[in-house]
Design a protein around this ligand. Structure first.
Ligand SMILES: O=C1O[C@H]([C@@H](O)CO)C(O)=C1O
Length: 614
């Protein structure tokens, strides 16, 4: 893993086989997309400034694949962003693609599939960029040496596979099937299906009191798949079985850094640690003015670092991860914070006393807003945004119907992706034929649109048009949420921008009105992020500098919503695209493959077969 630990810039090189694996992340065996035979994929650790080089072999038999490095900005390497149809061609079965890019700044990141719904099939893992002398983290001295806890990567999991999920989402009329709520919340790829807090406690007790001794030899206990992996109840939890609860080991008196990231397909989560407060110091690889919380909301696509002081009496404590923002039908996930007093495992662990902490009510939106609004750029490293923008884009988010199918639309246009990746189209001068280049998508919506009501006309259109941004331009985007098709419902959407961080200038309820709201935006210490939520029936204002030549997705990070068209594409610096040194195999599909292919040379005749041996 840790080739990048050296102080000088280095290359962190790994080789990955992406393949189907039979796995039991919540004690129920299913097929998942794994890497090197495992789920979740391997952790990558690099130091800021290092080059990360991932040789990815697609060992899946029947589908292409790409991997996105979420939060890495890919300056100068836009073809390594890992978005199918946008930054590269999907890598075909049996083929290899090398992702090579700079870990541009310290922070908490992750990677995931970005083709179809492959992220939701389990194609993800964590990516940690450590700080460097050139890019120190100002809160480094606030936690102890050796105080980096393993990263907490959160996800959600369905027993129905992603092909069935996608087919349901694409279904016409009565054949539409929403994916519903997840079966299980996973912490570092591990969860326990249907463990209500009661049985969970019993099964944790089992782990702690019955199975530990025998389970230390994982092979012995866990070779029996039926017993260990398929049981509908919650045990037994061999400490090293695929669904064993995660244990974070700490020593009393020390302060730790806990990195938390969410790559959920759908769920908005809340993390609460029994008896402990957390100090938020980092968000999406950017420093935030430290603030203390009892629990933390985390939306899909976001990451945080919190400082955690092991200042309670030496014991074990529950960590609960509950669903917020949607009416939950999934029980909270549990992990354990264990004061090992220097003995990092092995068990026996002490059972936490009391019940796991209860995360805030799912529909307490005011509380979510209070948390999100309190995130500010860190004072001593604050880089305020440019004072004004030279382009303004308003993006109305609506749920619509198109030919009897559910779609999500932006200004009444639902995103479809072309066969030729945008980056390749511009690089090869094929933009006029590779997609609809007759104009941009609409950059505003009607003055009289009522965001509090279902769309008056719910029909929408689909298009693969893109926004074309001038290199170096300052762009303001206002995300405007609206009512869904059903009366009085509006959902929260976390929007993620590729290739950039943006400043979050402000949030508000109802419809954004420049005359009323522009003056109140935060120009002083807005946080930099790569993901920001737009709350139900509300708006969110962002600013970024289009200084990264490439083709960048900007989309709702809820996997089914992106599948249903909830995104836009920004093409930046098109006049510079031809200068890019795009690797040939990134673009060997669509029109690029057909028009830029080297002409076929006559086949060399085969040498005559050797004469048969006498
Ligand atoms: O896109 C969505 O569809 C469902 C629902 O509106 C239709 O069943 C839901 O909650 C979404 O977010």
């Amino acid at each position: 893993c840790c080739a990048g630990m050296a102080a000088a810039a280095a290359t962190v090189e790994v080789t990955w086989d992406v393949e189907y694996v039979l796995w039991a992340p919540d004690c129920q065996q299913r097929v998942m997309i794994g890497i090197n035979g495992r789920f979740p994929g391997p952790n990558i650790t690099a130091r800021a400034g290092d080059v990360i080089s991932v040789t990815m072999n697609n060992k899946m038999h029947t589908e292409g694949v790409v991997i996105h490095w979420h939060g890495i900005r890919q300056f100068g390497t836009p073809w390594a962003d890992g978005t199918a149809s946008i930054s590269q061609c999907a890598v075909n079965p049996g083929e290899t693609f090398v992702y090579k890019f700079v870990a541009d700044k310290p922070g908490t990141y992750f990677y995931h599939g970005h083709f179809g719904m492959q992220r939701a099939a389990g194609l993800y893992g964590s990516l940690i960029v450590l700080d460097s002398p050139e890019q120190p983290e100002p809160f480094r001295h606030q936690y102890d040496d050796g105080g980096e806890l393993p990263m907490m990567l959160l996800s959600d999991w369905w027993h129905q596979n992603v092909y069935a999920q996608a087919a349901g989402l694409d279904g016409k009329d009565r054949h539409f099937e929403w994916i519903g709520e997840p079966q299980t919340i996973l912490i570092n790829g591990r969860g326990q299906f249907e463990c209500t807090l009661g049985p969970a406690r019993k099964s944790f007790e089992k782990l702690l009191n019955e199975n530990v001794e025998t389970c230390v030899d994982d092979q012995k206990m866990c070779s029996d798949q039926e017993k260990c992996l398929r049981r509908s109840e919650c045990g037994p939890y061999c400490p090293r079985s695929q669904c064993a609860p995660v244990v974070f080991n700490v020593e009393q008196g020390k302060t730790y850094r806990l990195r938390i990231a969410s790559t959920t397909s759908l769920s908005l989560l809340n993390v609460k640690i029994q008896g402990h407060k957390m100090t938020v110091v980092e968000a999406d690889g950017n420093h935030v003015e430290p603030f203390v919380v009892d629990d933390i909301d985390i939306y899909s696509g976001e990451s945080y670092s919190v400082l955690l002081k092991a200042d309670q009496k030496p014991a074990s404590y529950w960590i609960s991860v509950g669903v917020r923002g949607r009416h939950p039908k999934t029980v909270p996930a549990l992990a354990i914070l264990s004061y090992g007093n220097g003995n990092a495992a092995p068990p026996p662990l002490q059972l936490p006393a009391g019940e796991p902490p209860v995360t805030p009510a799912w529909n307490d939106t005011q509380r979510s807003k209070a948390f999100t609004y309190s995130i500010r750029a860190r004072k001593d490293t604050n880089r305020p945004p440019p004072a004004a923008a030279d382009r303004q884009i308003f993006l109305l988010n609506t749920q619509n119907l198109m030919d009897g199918r559910y779609r999500w639309s932006i200004n009444n246009v639902s995103l479809t992706l072309p066969a030729t990746p945008y980056l390749g189209a511009f690089h090869h001068g094929l933009q006029d034929s590779a997609f609809d280049a007759s104009g941009e998508p609409p950059a505003a919506f009607p003055e009289d649109y009522d965001v509090m009501r279902p769309p008056a006309n719910n029909a929408t259109t689909a298009s693969d048009r893109v926004f074309r941004l001038r290199h170096g331009g300052v762009v303001d985007v206002v995300l405007q949420n609206a009512n869904m098709l059903r009366e009085e419902v509006s959902e929260t959407h976390p929007w993620h921008l590729h290739g950039h961080d943006f400043w979050v200038l402000g949030y508000g309820d109802g419809r954004y009105d420049p005359a009323a709201h522009a003056a109140g935006l935060n120009a002083a210490d807005p946080p930099l992020r790569n993901t920001a939520v737009v709350f139900p029936h509300g708006w969110t204002a962002l600013r970024f500098v289009a200084n990264n030549t490439g083709a960048w997705a900007f989309h709702c990070h809820i996997e089914p919503h992106l599948h249903m068209g909830m995104g836009v594409v920004f093409v930046e610096g098109e006049d510079r695209m031809h200068e890019l040194d795009v690797p040939k195999d990134a673009m060997a599909c669509g029109l690029v493959a057909r028009t830029a292919a080297t002409p076929l040379t006559p086949a060399t005749p085969l040498p005559p077969s050797p004469a048969p041996a006498p």
